[in-house]
Design a protein around this ligand. Structure first.
Ligand code: SF4
Ligand code: SF4
Length: 107
């Protein structure tokens, strides 16, 4: 099990915005694309994953318990910001800290 599967902090910390072309049926969708019903429109050029601007934030697609065991229910079709974020991202430890999890060591 990867550290991310026992974490999920980034999915419960940050707004996740992306272009509507990545939605289901969009020209640049990954696979089937992000389900439209999991998003809210922000501007004509931006949609947001539901729950990521809640207080506290939590993406509607996140399953499980943060810091214990999590999974992304739309992993294969998740949008580009999610694909670009991993343990190497500078904000990874910020998210972990925010969720009360230990920082990961940096090399
Ligand atoms: S905050 Fe870091 S360790 Fe946690 S799921 Fe996101 S990328 Fe993985
Ligand atoms: S779509 Fe998946 S990877 Fe992206 S924020 Fe939501 S739960 Fe996390």
């Amino acid at each position: 099990m990867s550290v991310c599967q026992t974490c999920g902090a980034c999915c419960a910390s940050f707004r996740v915005d992306f272009h509507p072309v990545e939605l289901a049926g969009g020209a640049f969708a990954w696979g089937q694309g992000v389900p439209v019903e999991m998003t809210v429109p922000v501007t004509p050029a931006i949609v947001r994953l539901c729950g990521t601007d809640a207080s506290p934030p939590r993406c509607v697609a996140l399953a499980g318990e943060v810091g214990v065991a999590v999974s992304c229910s739309i992993y294969d079709v998740r949008p580009s910001p999610c694909r670009e974020f991993d343990v190497e991202h500078a904000a990874c430890n910020r998210a972990r800290q925010r969720c009360g999890l230990a920082e990961l060591p940096r090399s």
